[in-house]
Design a protein around this ligand. Sequence first.
Ligand code: NDP
Length: 457
Amino acid sequence: MSIATIDPSTGQLLKSFDEMTDRQVEEVLARAAVGFDTLRTTTFADRARWMTAAADLLEVERDDVARMMTTEMGKTYASAKAEVTKCAMGCRYYAAHAERFLADEPADAAAIGAVQAYSRYHPMGPVLAVMPWNFPLWQVLRFAAPALMAGNVGLLKHASNVPQTALYLDELFRRAGFPAGAFQALMIESSAVERVLADPRVRAATLTGSEGAGRSVAAIAGQHIKKTVLELGGSDPFVVMPSADVERAAEVAAVARCQNNGQSCIAAKRFIVHTEVFDAFTDAFVARMSALRMGDPMAEETDIGPLATERGRAEVEEQVQDAVRQGARVLCGGQRPDRAGWWYPPTVVTELTPAMRMYAEEVFGPVAALHRVSSYDEAIELANGTNFGLGSNAWTRDPAEQERFATDLDAGMVFINGMTTSYPELPFGGVGNSGYGRELSAQGIREFCNLKAVWVG
Ligand code: NDP
């Protein structure tokens, strides 16, 4: 795919961009190396001041940035504005806490014959961030805020369909006061990633995206013995047990499935409902999914806009058609509207079998898979029955059952009686084919640090 902004609500090409030449890429890498030498010698207070200035810029420019994101990938303007606000909050969070998260950690010196012993965090250097289009600002800020606060520099290879957002980010940190080379966008296609990652000046990589992209980047990084963090999506379970507040669960379920037009790695995708509350939940859930208003993503009344890419819409459509061909039942949606752009309506599919693609694959659109189970054990078996393990949800008012879910759900995150959300205060990441490593929280800032042991005799 070439680097271009295509409005997903019309399919119209708005602007295309040239890929950087080898020489331009070299200039970026050289600036990153020099930028690292400068940034690593700055203080936490300097970096916190610049990071706070970045947050201020985001807040002032929120509406324009949000409009750009909506135009590039189709999320509703309201959700785009919320995303910008969240990014500013993430910047402020790391500006306030980075120094504490990276403070020296004393060890028991006497026990190892030392006068002094401790661990110290050092930045690693330029980190390549291969990022997706679905939260085009937040996915990047989630990496950049902790990385820059630690003294690392960032190299962004953004998804090819959000180039204007990439260029905005390229300027943001410089405008906020960070030294030249602290954060730069590489306008390259994915085929050029290998060369950048192999470059000795690049010390590590983080990728958010598909399993295929993750495997490729991790393999290249492995060859060069460079650390990676991978966040590769999931097929999160949303379990509803008999003691749940079923109405509330159904209300949240529709939001959790359709947030960001259904294109979120932590969207609830498989709804696993106990037979005692199955009919009540299904009626309420289908009513809420059917009531979502699909339309112009800029309009205030719109709940759901188009999917971001034509290929993404085709994939979702094929997954639903495959299930229907094999006997699944569609309770609402399931037919793409006859209009320009990449629309797909909120859809609920039930009576699924393991032979159907939707049963275990991630569906990156507003399509819910609905399952009936008759026990806790059956719910857990189904919930844990994919290769993914990113987020998970369980709805139950029984405290003992809440405890069991927290332990038994095989995932990086468990949310009880609420939908999975990323918070700077909590680690974010998955297990299995959802990837490894953690973003956000203290863990997130430490991922790209060299933890040096110091022993003084
Ligand atoms: P991709 O994984 O293809 O894209 C994510 C990023 O990785 C983009 O910057 C892309 O660049 C880059 N990329 C893709 N392939 C490679 C590669 N071989 N080497 C290096 N970089 C690469 O996601 P898609 O947009 O194609 O979406 C496909 C599926 O991925 C979705 O249906 C969903 O299942 C999953 N996904 C998960 C996301 C998440 O939040 N975890 C986000 C987006 C997608 P370029 O755009 O230039 O190809």
